[in-house]
Design a protein around this ligand. Sequence first.
Ligand code: GLP
Length: 258
Amino acid sequence: MRVIITDDAKQAALEAAEIIISLIKRKPDCVLGLATGSTPIGLYEVLVEAFKSGEVSFSSVSTFNLDEYYDMSPEHHQSYRYFMDQHLFSKVDIKPENTFLPECSGKQSAEEVAKQYEMEIKRRGGIDLQLLGIGENGHIGFNEPGSSLASRTRLKTLTPNTLEANSRLFEDGEFQPTLAMTMGVGTIMDAKQVLILATGTNKSEAIGNMLLGSITSACPASILQMHPHVTAVIDRDASIDIENSDYFELSESNRRKL
Ligand code: GLP
């Protein structure tokens, strides 16, 4: 796994954005897997700036988000569709019909929605680059600890730990969903390239386990050790639990020299 350790979250956003920008330049009709959460907001800001300056266009790009709350209307301010519109889609030239989230209302069959989502990904040639954040418990998407490492898109129940971590984003007394539709771990592993972004000391334990822990569903992100093309961009705070972080820094500096 390529590991890039940056001084701070801003630098991490720049490094990660650079990887996405160079992919779009190389392949203007690429398929991006996208993530929500606080972590990628800075990265989306860099992408928007790159679009505004004319460096990059999203006009032929397709996107698939990792997850969406179950039975939440796309207009709801807590929906991930709303988040994506606010932070990226409405600010660049992406075609709305090329943006996908696993949206599932209570009236639909979750199994059917999940199947269609997987089929649409395939129909567009698969995901070229999947952007990921990481949960404090090592989840990716909403694949909580205990998720099958071969799982596909489906409905998941969120753990108390995740609900607690995300409660900061909800007002007091506001309804917080406990179910979400998420790409499976297997779906994520099918992406040609994975870019995982993590910042802050609250992510350091999960990052340590992801990189050098055993491969286990107790830390779903650890399966990324089996993926041939992963880049982890993390700030120094998120790197403190990596046993040999010096080695990763040396390795990256050699890579840049070669
Ligand atoms: C959420 C999302 C994940 C995200 C993670 C971390 O629950 N489902 O895709 O990576 O939690 O979020 P944050 O970046 O806000 O810490």
